[in-house]
Design a protein around this ligand. Sequence first.
Ligand SMILES: Cc1cc2nc3c(=O)[nH]c(=O)nc-3n(C[C@H](O)[C@H](O)[C@H](O)COP(=O)(O)OP(=O)(O)OC[C@H]3O[C@@H](n4cnc5c(N)ncnc54)[C@H](O)[C@@H]3O)c2cc1C
Length: 498
Amino acid sequence: MTLRRRVVVIGAGAGGLAAASDLAHAGLDVIVLDRSACEGGKMRQVETKGALVDAGPTVFTMRWVFDALFATGGQVFGDALKMTPASVLARHAWRDGSRLDLHADVEASADAIGVFAGLREAGAYRQFIAECQDIHATLKDSFMSAQKPSPLGLVLRVGDLQAMWRTRPFETYWSRLRKRFSDPRLRQLFGRYTTYVGSSPFRAPATLMLIAHVEQDGVWMLDGGMRALAAAVRQLAEAGGAEFRFNAEAERILVSGGEVRGVQLRSGEEIPAQAVVFNGDASALATGLLGGGVRGVTREIPRHQRSLSATTWCASARTSGMPLAYHNVFFSDDYEGEFSAVFRQRTISSRPTVYVCAQDRRHGTFTGGPERLLLLVNAPPDGDIGAAGTREQDLVNKRVLEHLAACGLSLDADLTGAVTTTPEGFNDLFPATGGALYGQANHGPMASFSRPGSKTGIRGLYLAGGSVHPGPGVPMATLSGRLAAARLLSELPRGPAS
Ligand SMILES: Cc1cc2nc3c(=O)[nH]c(=O)nc-3n(C[C@H](O)[C@H](O)[C@H](O)COP(=O)(O)OP(=O)(O)OC[C@H]3O[C@@H](n4cnc5c(N)ncnc54)[C@H](O)[C@@H]3O)c2cc1C
């Protein structure tokens, strides 16, 4: 009898799940380990007042990534998960009482912007959307879906200098928005997309405008929330034969002769393997959390280069004052100050922008009563150097509710009963991050190239997840898992394990 070649995937986040599925369907013996109790990583749910609330990602985009993943596993994504396209992408509110919905339909948004800020701004919006689409078209296959290129490699891959130039890596996102839009509220609204990768619009390159296209291309609401997506990909991997083990923390990646030999669990158990895909944050390898054999295989991200963290609240509460959409954003009146507070003064702004996901507002069937809410504000990624005290946290809670009320939304409960996750909590859940949720911040023209790729300097060790190329977000981390699997399959020696 011959042994199948074995791969251990450490982490059942989006990247680990996708890698596990592809590797299992390619015929490898796959064991997935996760230190937590279930699959999903940041796609987690928490219980509050008997209700399960999505506590991590809520905006589901780039469906094509999952269509392709499931097709590789011989299944149809749309059969595995029920989902509804969102006609309103997000509802936005400001303290001066102004409101604006962004729609899936570009012309509906242009009309709404025309009423909101005038015809000139509606025209600017159409141009903005076209520019975002152009950048996305240039980088989708050459960067997002492909193994990590060097800057020169990317230019060669794209093969069109003008298209490359139009991706605007040397201009900041904010300066591009200033040229496009006169209305500061629209700059804020479209500037917020850089926070999807944990970055400030004042320091990120205009290239990140492609995120606006990603959202315009479609946002879906999933039955069962984002946890259902994680469960579906786990089932896909299991259908290929992958085995999942939870509450199983990998303590050491075993290496000898410059080659991976297996994984040692915290329990002391050793699992021999020909290859390992590491789906934790790449910083964990740099800092030696997975043992001396792999220490330094990635670069430790200096604190000032870390991406945003957050403080989140999962609550069940009655709301009043304004009707919520599924995704809602309540903007601060000092956007630059908000990012300066987080990235420079290392504190939550005194009047932060608040994102609210109203998870029962899906099919227009919400009839009132307490509803499931996720509230989120940006926070500094310093969860490894001490937690906010109770008084400080109470102050943040109070400010969040005051800000929502000033924008027109009231909650019938304070936030003390909510399940709160601070940067310190995120650092505990995702070791070596300091609570940074998206790896390295995309600040400056070269940041996108400084994430590690799927391949490491150790034979048999591959990386997947939001801290590696092509970057964070559930679909992007999924792509990274597929890239790790593809690289591994192309490099693993043929034939049975010895
Ligand atoms: C509050 C919040 C909101 C977000 N909003 C969105 C959104 O709306 N849309 C979107 O697309 N993205 C969003 N994101 C980002 C998105 O969730 C992440 O980029 C993505 O899920 C990361 O996936 P990953 O593959 O890096 O794995 P992770 O989710 O980071 O999971 C890694 C897994 O590895 C495990 N692990 C780590 N070390 C070990 C070890 N030594 N042994 C065993 N297991 C280990 C961990 O337990 C974890 O389960 C959000 C994230 C957060 C936190």
